[in-house]
Design a binder for this molecule. Structure first.
Ligand code: NAI
Ligand code: MG
Length: 353
């Protein structure tokens, strides 16, 4: 199993180091993972001028999975858009055809107080948002800012073809089959034709999954329902822009950005795995970042790309054990728990493993 490791920028370097130490433990227990490092984002801009340089493309394409820290930071915000770190991220997603973004939002019982919602509303929350990642208004043409009739006009295009909708639909239905057989498709079919097609295609393929109950919700209502009664959802599937917003909303119900992993998959379960958070420039280099989102992303990698459920649950169980023992990084710390740094958290997970 070849893994391309991209630490990236800011805390990316610190948290990836801990995830790699966890993988090393599994390797020493007999797994055969080969790790190769490359640059993505700001660090790549600094050394090559491109946020997704050719050497990284080569390695990422040849690997079975990519493990990414985070990219970006204020240092690079002054650059023209094509050279910004975030373009590296969009570039690798598109290049590897990672159209399926899986974002679990799980509230660990030990972190119940981290949520801004009442315990009875969120306790036991465990939802999975399946977001389409390579289409929609983020990539649609035409786009840009132009001058028309003496006025500046901004333009983006929301576009999906039925094949793009169908393939993300299949990922979502299959995910629902492995969980509680409930799928909610989110659209805005009352005003957007693109999403009318989205709904039509979801209904069409639902006949292949008779064991899954498919429901539909308009995106504005979904945003409300997520804060009103989030536990009504199990798996949600939606397009790129709605999924961007709803998955951030859902993840924040758990109150702990440092805990949230993600997977982005292609058609053959090759994937890129990364925490949901960014490079956290405010705490970078201080050794206080929470490495658990990245460690849990490595667990998702074992589950989805390497079909090693046992190793994935072993990592997840170790994380739960560490939380139960009361260890907390700053982002999830509360009165009565023990505050630890990035390295100590990694040590604790390894000990629990
Ligand atoms: P951010 O997620 O980096 O940070 C938001 C807040 O959460 C900060 O206060 C940060 O300290 C805290 N935080 C994030 N991860 C943490 C962790 N593991 N442990 C403890 N605290 C943590 O989002 P922000 O500040 O909006 O963006 C910073 C940079 O990251 C920007 O350049 C942005 O473009 C980039 N970014 C990159 C992403 C990626 O690589 N996938 C995703 C989101 C942002
Ligand atoms: Mg986002």
């Amino acid at each position: 199993m070849k893994i391309c490791v991209l630490p990236g920028d800011g805390i990316g370097v610190e948290i990836i180091a801990e995830a790699v130490r966890v993988l090393d433990v599994l390797n020493s227990d007999g797994l055969k993972m080969e790790l190769e490092y490359a640059e993505l984002g700001g660090c790549a801009v600094d050394s090559t001028g491109s946020p997704y340089p050719e050497a990284t493309q080569k390695l990422a394409r040849a690997a079975d999975a990519v493990l990414l820290g985070a990219v970006g930071g204020p240092k690079w915000d002054v650059l023209p858009r094509p050279q910004r770190p975030e373009r590296g991220l969009l570039g690798i997603r598109k290049d590897l055809n990672l159209f399926a973004n899986l974002r679990p939002a799980v509230l660990y019982p030990e972190l119940a107080n981290a949520s801004s919602l009442k315990p009875e509303v969120v306790s036991g929350l465990d939802i999975l948002i399946v977001r389409e990642l390579t289409g929609d208004i983020y990539f649609g043409e035409p786009r840009g800012i132009s001058v028309e009739d003496g006025k500046r006009v901004g333009r983006n295009t929301m576009i999906y073809n039925e094949d793009e909708i169908r393939r993300i639909g299949h990922v979502a239905f299959k995910s629902a089959q492995k969980r509680n057989k409930k799928l909610c498709s989110v659209d805005k079919m009352n005003v957007l034709e693109t999403t009318q097609l989205w709904r039509d295609v979801m209904i069409e393929i639902s006949s292949e999954y008779p064991d899954v109950a498919l429901s539909h919700m308009l995106v504005d209502n979904a945003a409300m329902q997520l804060v009103r009664a989030p536990k009504q959802f199990d798996v949600m599937v939606t397009g790129n822009i709605f999924g961007d917003i709803l998955s951030d909303e859902a993840s924040m119900l758990t109150g702990s950005i440092g805990m949230l992993p993600s997977a982005s998959l292609d058609e053959n379960n090759k994937g890129m795995y990364e925490p949901c958070h960014g490079s956290a420039p405010d705490i970078a280099g201080k050794g206080v970042a929470n490495p658990l989102a990245t460690i849990l992303s490595a667990a998702m990698m074992l589950r989805y790309s390497f079909a090693n459920e046992a190793a994935a649950t072993r990592i997840e169980a170790a994380v739960k054990k560490v939380l139960a023992a009361g260890l907390r990084t700053g982002d999830i710390w509360e009165e009565g728990t023990k505050r630890v740094g990035t390295r100590e958290m990694g040590d604790a997970v390894i000990a629990a493993l």
